[in-house]
Design a protein around this ligand. Sequence first.
Ligand code: FUB
Length: 313
Amino acid sequence: RSLLLSGLAMLLQLAAPAQAANPLFTDVLTADPAALVHGDRVYLYTGHDEAPDNNGFFVMHDWLLFSSNDMKTWQRHGPVMKATDFKWAKGDAWAAHAIARNGKFYFYTTVRHKDDKPGFAIGVAVADSPLGPFKDAIGKALVTNDMTTQTKNDWDDIDPAVFIDKDGQAYLFFGNVVPKYVKLKPNMTELDGEIKTIDLKDFTEAAWVHSKGDIYYLSYACGFPEKICYATSRSIDGPWQYQGILNEIAGNSETNHQAIIEFQGKSYFIYHTGAVPPAEGRPSGGRFRRSVAIDPLHYNADGTLQRVIMTSE
Ligand code: FUB
């Protein structure tokens, strides 16, 4: 296909809203969803899997954005940022999370740090609009690997999830194997105090915190291959009570990664799956070729969550 035709096809895709069925998008591979409800729209930020078939690892350069006012029709906005926009990072646009504050939009990301600090780090970028473009807010990592933690795990600073509590205090949750959290200063770009670890059963990665009523929910990828588990607490500082599995292994992707939102009175569980069958002109899914899916989330009267089973719609 000529460059001109490819360019034209891309423009048409950006212009044409997609009608959602699971998985949401089949012509572009999306992973690690993070959704932001702002005004009357949902902004869905995703990672972008570009690994060819049978590749042995992730190939992820940038983050994509989709938005919707009904959770069915999705407008495509294209990439909002790439990992190397952080000058101190060398690539790997892994899981990210966007949040609104102070009339601005903060985008917390997982990226691989340049070789002076090997391993993953968390960056923070800022924009005046949820559509971006996002720019590095501080010119260095917000959380970086110093290899002095007890686990000596150079993936330990991944998968940021920010939560703003009712009193206005913001928290950054993150981690791989060992879940951690830390307060953020009101400017959202500096840590406030020490990083604490959390006692959570079977934690692998992909923390996400939300609240409903008086209950805090901490959902996360557990075990490997990953399921999504969750725990609840009456305080953001824990202790967290394990509540079980929320979503089973997602197709053949081996990882799973969730976002939980409430929009127009309904709750949604947004995650990724590798279960995209091959089709004409469409890449098949897999461990490093994932696709975002959305299903309704239902609460029981006692505040526990009903298990989410992937549907085809
Ligand atoms: O997409 C790369 C990594 O895989 C994410 O950071 C993890 O949560 C897992 O989904």
